[in-house]
Design a protein around this ligand. Structure first.
Ligand SMILES: [Zn+2]
Length: 110
């Protein structure tokens, strides 16, 4: 993983804390930068914070993220994400839920 110039980008988005249990925990598996939540039509999607010219990560829809979290963590997944999840890394074919205790649970993307 190369880290390029993500650091400044991460700082730009750190002001949006608390709006969502997943904010600041989702990272791009392609380049390692943070993912940001954005609108795609009426849907919400999580995409790499780098421009598309720099990183072509396959964006993850919020619906799929919620479905994955519910399957892997159970009904009260939002509290578990806040308490137990260190980071969630989005790859083109999987979503890896990395726990603070070192466990990794993997969701196979559709
Ligand atoms: Zn990326």
């Amino acid at each position: 993983m190369q880290n390029g110039n993500c650091k400044t980008i991460i700082r730009e988005y750190s002001g949006q804390r608390g709006q969502n249990a997943f904010t600041n925990k989702i990272f791009c598996g392609s380049c390692g930068c943070k993912c940001k939540r954005s609108n795609y039509g009426k849907k919400k999607v999580w995409c790499c914070s780098q421009p598309r010219t720099v990183c072509q990560m396959k964006c993850l829809s919020e619906n799929e993220l919620l479905e994955a979290a519910k399957k892997l963590l159970g009904e009260n997944f939002k509290a578990k994400v806040a308490a137990d999840i260190e980071r969630i890394t989005v790859f083109d074919d999987t979503v890896n839920f990395e726990f603070k205790n070192g466990t990794v649970k993997i969701w196979q993307r559709k």
